[in-house]
Design a protein around this ligand. Structure first.
Ligand SMILES: N[C@@H](CCC(=O)N[C@@H](CS)C(=O)NCC(=O)O)C(=O)O
Length: 217
């Protein structure tokens, strides 16, 4: 079986989760460096695989996909990784909830309002926007995160073992704690405890996060 090709960058919060999934399950993968600044994602060859020109994009022996969470589900389904993407209907539903919550709520707050402005991927936020983001975290997003953790039993979204939703979060929380340690998210004790537990639990953490830690510092 040829290694799964992931077109992307090792510092991308959406590539990192796939790397964790493969490396923690002995699945051979290769990250094909895709320089967004040089337009490597806009070439005719790339657009044939992914007309949305985003990374990560997967090529598994000619079968192509984009969207990091769809790629993780595909890898779990193909390799029978039930511990990472449970078959039990309700456990899977909670995992899907956490994945959608990550994409639709968490990234919009932690990425667009905090991390990206801090590294220049997005313009600066005004004081009002910052205050609104902090309020949203405190009043809605963190309580919702705690709600999912409580239902899984913790310490992970997957319960005693991390699942692919936890991997989706580590892609953003790693860089966030590195770069924005004084933000409201990182100062939330329960969120910090979740992150530290996940960091300690996942294999290959230092190896996978080294490029991101160098970049988001
Ligand atoms: N929802 C997508 C988000 C992917 C994404 O935003 N990728 C960014 C870099 S991290 C990208 O490729 N941007 C370039 C573009 O969209 O043209 C996923 O989870 O894979």
């Amino acid at each position: 079986m040829a290694p799964i090709k992931i077109y992307g960058l090792t510092i991308s919060g959406n590539v990192i989760p796939i790397e964790f999934l493969c490396k923690n399950n002995g699945i051979e993968m290769e990250i094909v460096n895709t320089d967004l600044m040089a337009g490597a994602h806009k070439t005719p060859e790339f657009l044939k695989m992914n007309p949305m020109h985003c990374i990560p994009t997967m090529d598994d022996e000619g079968f192509t996909l984009w969207e990091s969470k769809a790629i993780m589900r595909y890898i779990c389904n193909k390799h029978g990784l039930e511990a990472w993407y449970p078959k039990d209907v309700q456990k899977r539903a909670l995992c899907d909830l956490a994945l959608d919550f990550h994409a639709n709520t968490f990234v919009k707050l932690a990425g667009y309002k905090i991390l990206y402005p801090a590294v220049g991927f997005a313009g600066p936020v005004t004081d009002e926007e910052k205050a609104a983001a902090e309020k949203q975290w405190t009043e809605d997003v963190w309580p919702a995160f705690e709600h999912i953790l409580k239902r899984s039993g913790g310490p992970f979204l997957g319960g005693e073992q991390p699942n692919i939703a936890d991997l989706a979060f580590i892609g953003y929380t790693g860089p966030l704690f590195n770069k924005c340690g004084d933000c409201v998210l990182c100062k939330t004790e329960g969120f910090k405890a979740y992150f530290e537990a996940l960091k300690a639990k996942l294999g290959h953490y230092s190896e996978i996060m080294a490029p991101a830690e160098g970049f988001y510092k």
